[in-house]
Write a protein that binds this ligand. Structure first.
Ligand SMILES: CC/C=C\C/C=C\C/C=C\C=C\CC(=O)SCCNC(=O)CCNC(=O)[C@H](O)C(C)(C)COP(=O)(O)OP(=O)(O)OC[C@H]1O[C@@H](n2cnc3c(N)ncnc32)[C@H](O)[C@@H]1OP(=O)(O)O
Length: 271
């Protein structure tokens, strides 16, 4: 079990992080607001309009969630909470078997945490904000659904984490980056993100990916295991659907229980 010095992390959040984060991006507070709500399933309600929901098949087995937080799918607290609620609703619906996660934006899957949410905020506010992201990631990671990330653009830091929570990751070819640049931004990698990365990549590669903070091209991301497949952009959704269809062919109960057993150990990691 990884030991984490919580006091050190707390002082870091309190004192350094807000300044580092904003220096990194050179941004002010550009958090704005409301976007179209695309939900067409009566039992799915995020209570928000930041994720579009599409049914993919007549059996309602496959759902496509499209992140829709312009301009770069930065994970606002509202978005994190909406995603958590949607995934929990889908988990509770026995008809649903699989989930494809992608973005409405043409070149960005997700830019990760909303750096502006850290600017000028109190320790408690930042802590609360972080916890909304962590809850969303844990909910996706442990979802009983089969999950595929269809990465249609940049997937940076928290955006890469969201993809790592999925069972399978397909990325579009293009001038996009995928990586965990937390150490470059100035965020010591939380143990739970490291644990998820080790789970997906293996310890040795995860360490290199995390400690370098490198942003990978799609081909490089494939080499290190951040993604499982790279495809032409036009094929991304169809390939993801094919993978998902194969994944959900397996008997639901043994699959669900095996996924739970494989992944639940990792929930012991917090900061
Ligand atoms: C101690 C810690 C304890 C607990 C932590 C708990 C959880 C942690 C788990 C994971 C941690 C994750 C850390 C992060 O995610 S930090 C975020 C790091 N993200 C980045 O570094 C990406 C930065 N963005 C980019 O590189 C680019 O924007 C791009 C490649 C995604 C897209 O490039 P474009 O050229 O298409 O667009 P831009 O002109 O650059 O941007 C448009 C617009 O969007 C603003 N913006 C970009 N990224 C963010 C962001 N992450 N948050 C807020 N806003 C963002 C950018 O400033 C532009 O705004 P303006 O139009 O100028 O207003």
């Amino acid at each position: 079990m990884v030991k984490v010095n919580v006091d050190m992390a707390s002082s870091f959040i309190r004192a350094v992080l807000p300044r580092l984060a904003c220096r990194h991006l050179k941004i002010g507070n550009n958090c704005n607001g409301r976007y179209l709500y695309g939900c067409n399933k009566r039992w799915v309600s995020s209570g928000s309009d930041l994720v579009q929901v599409e049914q993919d098949d007549s059996d309602n087995e496959i759902v496509v969630l499209k992140m829709n937080v312009k301009p770069v799918n930065a994970c606002t607290a509202e978005f994190n909470n909406a995603m958590t609620k949607l995934i929990k609703d889908l988990d509770a619906d026995e008809q649903s078997k699989g989930l494809i996660l992608t973005s409405t934006l043409p070149n960005v899957f997700s830019a990760g945490l909303q750096l502006t949410a850290l600017h000028g905020k109190s320790y408690d506010e930042i802590k609360e904000y972080f916890s909304t992201f962590q809850t969303m990631a844990h909910t996706l990671f442990t979802s009983r659904l089969a999950t595929v990330a269809a990465i249609n653009g940049h997937a940076i830091a928290g955006g890469c984490v969201i993809a790592l929570c999925c069972e399978y990751r397909v990325m579009a070819e293009g001038k996009f980056h995928n990586g965990l640049n937390e150490v470059i931004v100035g965020i010591p990698m939380p143990a739970w993100v490291s644990a998820y990365t080790v789970y997906a990549l293996g310890t040795n590669t995860a360490e290199k990916v995390i400690l370098s903070g490198k942003k990978h091209t799609p081909r490089e991301a494939l080499q290190v295991g951040l993604v499982d497949q790279v495809v032409p952009p036009d094929d991304l959704i169809q390939v993801s659907k094919n993978i998902l269809s194969d994944l959900i062919k397996v008997g639901d109960y043994p699959r669900r229980l095996s996924k739970e057993r494989l992944r639940k150990e990792l929930l012991m990691f917090s900061l």
